[in-house]
Design a binder for this molecule. Sequence first.
Ligand code: MRU
Length: 349
Amino acid sequence: MGEVKTIEWKDDKLILIDCTKLPIKEEYVVCERYSELVRAIKTLAVRGAPAIGVSAAYGVVLAAIEGKNISNNKEQYLEFIDKAIEELAATRPTAVNLFWALDRMKKKLHTIKDLSQNEIKEKLLDEANLIYEEDVQCNKNIGKYGNDIVPYEANILTHCNAGALATAGYGTALGVIRYAHYSGKNIHVYADETRPLLQGARLTAWELVKEHIPATLIADNMAGYVMKLNKIDLVITGADRITVNGDTANKIGTYSLAILAKAHNIPFYIAAPLSTIDMNLKSGEEIVIEERDKKELRELFGQKIAPDEIDTFNPAFDVTPNEYITGIITEVGILKPPYNISIKSAKHF
Ligand code: MRU
């Protein structure tokens, strides 16, 4: 189906499609050191909650390889990997998949710490590969379950990019759209451009065009009018962190869409793997929202679009309260309100 490979481990290197360059250029970032991945995550060369988590898992493997050249001393070697995990964790604060994947790698490291350096690297690589494969499988299952709520003819609005480019493959919100499209449904997508960094216009539009899924690009401020014109049957977005009560952090602008959807009686769904649910947080108020550089608002592709002197507020995400969310599409089924109950049972708490 011509789907893009976002993340690839090859010859002890991590190869990432550079999301900052699309759709102008299809370029790849090759990481041989974990610090190169730290930079790739911070600059959004790799982005999207599951993709950040999967690539960070491989970042730990990069550190395990690099550490071998730094010290033969086991204690120093393990300290080096621990330091890499800390640096990877400090890249972006909101997407919980990053911490989930690093935690899993840390736990794995703890169980194998008495093995040789070579064995440690191999076992960490096995774990990262597992995280990768599980993510692709989760997304396919999200697509399959999500298909149940997609009518045979549907105009679906999505925000940001929750596609193959945001995951190890297939996508979450775009995974549902892909599944519905390839199952023969008559799907048309409205893609929000997603200011300030245009993940919708650059990445979602690119994925949809590449796979010939019928789609129309709109600016973010057009969504309300398009809904008013009865052109939207369903909204599906991804998530960066979901709390126990179902409150959901996702790309800035998702909250406004959810309110607009409610006002127009349009179902609003979140599609995300269970790894995006943070069982440590009771509600969205506890989620740390990343604030990004002022330049992202004052400039567009390095071109000045506002005076340097103007102050900016640039939160990368917002939180949609659970009461606006019709359902959360996961790899084990669609979770419905009350989320406190459905989330706990899906996560086996
Ligand atoms: O800042 P980004 O591009 O990493 O933000 C990505 C999003 O908000 C996505 O919607 C979310 O991570 C889900 S990706 C399957």
